[in-house]
Design a protein around this ligand. Structure first.
Ligand code: PLP
Length: 370
């Protein structure tokens, strides 16, 4: 007998598939090892040596729970950003925080505005709480601020999502446009401004922290997963007004942070020299992916992130064949899930050896799929 009767109607209606097929699952399914892991927008350059040292030195503390108030990390982040500790909430990556904020805002049927083909984990959480996704298409491969704004007004939506820079296209808006967008939203709409890639974005594309800190309808999301190289540690944070940030305390998993992850994040934040170094490497790798794409007659899109979306000139079937073909050679990449974005493949930056392999194999795969 199925256990369905024990679960809520909403839970019963949700698919029980894992929506994000990881490289490990692909390895198991294909019986093939990943040789270049350049698909999940991680940082193959890894965390700073100073972070690894801190992890080694403090690993023995793992028998203790982490401080449920995450005091030290919030204090360090507050200092870093020039805000108060009360403006910072810590969570299990941006993904974890997205789930929490959706839980705080969304009831079955609540309209939630985002872009069609935008970051899917957000949609996953909205679906998980029974929200009604209202999407606006990308325009010129960028999230459409005007479209999002009119959808938010039309629906009187209490939750709106924008990633700047954006995943999966790597596109971005300038800070002024983001500020005007945030200020034009109805008071009722809470904007989740996902800035997972802000460290790799060009100057002038990320609003100053103090420009939005007094704005009660904006929550900014940051992560240690990208440029800081700590995706596996699962540390993200939200920056916002007192009322919004304290709301997380009502529902968050207070002992949810791994103690060693908090140690790693603190050490990473302290090593800004390494961050600057790695961002330079990311920019070089982005340029290299761009050049490889062009050598192969493809059209790379400009990117403000740690990946490059490459227009392969056809449709989703063609792009999928390239993704699959590369995996046959052990190269793990991904692609956007929704048309017309899915004419692209998405290649994350990585060390030279990974990109050497990509450069060597891509022409063979393109020849095979043409
Ligand atoms: C736009 C965006 N937000 C959030 C995340 C996930 O961040 P975290 O590892 O902090 O959960 C990603 C990762 O790919 C992303 O692209």
């Amino acid at each position: 007998m199925s256990g369905f009767f024990r679960f809520t109607p909403l839970a019963n209606a949700l698919p029980s598939t894992v929506p994000f097929v990881g490289p490990e699952a692909i390895e198991r399914a294909r019986g093939r090892k990943v040789r270049a892991r350049i698909g999940a927008n991680e940082s193959g350059f890894g965390p700073a040596p100073s972070v690894l040292k801190a992890i080694r030195e403090r690993a023995g503390e793992t028998w203790m729970y982490s401080d449920p108030e995450n005091f030290e990390l919030r204090e360090a982040l507050a200092l870093h950003h020039g805000v108060s500790r009360e403006n910072i909430a810590i969570g299990g990556g941006i993904d974890g925080l997205l789930g929490e904020i959706v839980r705080l805002v969304v009831e079955p049927g609540t309209p939630v505005v985002t872009s069609q083909g935008g970051y899917p984990t957000f949609n996953y959480h909205v679906n998980g709480y029974g929200g009604r996704l209202v999407t606006t298409p990308y325009v010129n491969d960028r999230e459409d601020l005007d479209g999002l704004l009119s959808a938010a007004k039309r629906e009187d939506a209490p939750l709106v999502y924008l990633a700047n820079p954006d995943n999966p296209m790597g596109s971005w808006w300038d800070a002024g446009s983001v500020l005007s967008f945030a200020r034009a939203l109805p008071d009722r709409s809470l904007l989740i401004l996902d800035e997972a890639y802000c460290e790799t974005a060009p100057a002038g594309s990320t609003p100053a922290i103090d420009a939005l800190i007094g704005q009660p309808n904006v929550l900014r999301m940051r992560t240690f997963s990208k440029a800081y190289g700590l995706a596996g540690a699962r540390v993200g944070y939200a920056i916002g007004t007192l009322g919004n940030v304290q709301a997380f305390d009502k529902i968050r998993n207070h002992f949810g942070m791994a103690r060693i992850s908090t140690v790693a994040a603190l050490a990473a934040l302290e090593d800004q020299a390494y961050l600057r170094d790695v961002v330079e490497k990311i920019v070089l790798a982005r340029d290299r992916i761009t050049a490889i794409a062009r050598q192969n007659g493809l059209s790379p899109l400009p990117s403000a992130t740690n990946f490059v979306a490459i227009d392969c000139g056809s449709d989703g079937v063609h792009a999928r064949a390239i993704v699959d073909g590369l995996m046959e050679h052990g190269i793990f990449i991904r692609m956007p899930g929704v048309a017309p974005l899915n004419r692209c493949i998405r290649v994350s930056v990585g060390p030279d050896a990974d990109l050497d392999l990509f450069e060597a194999v891509l022409p063979k795969v393109l020849k095979a799929v043409r």
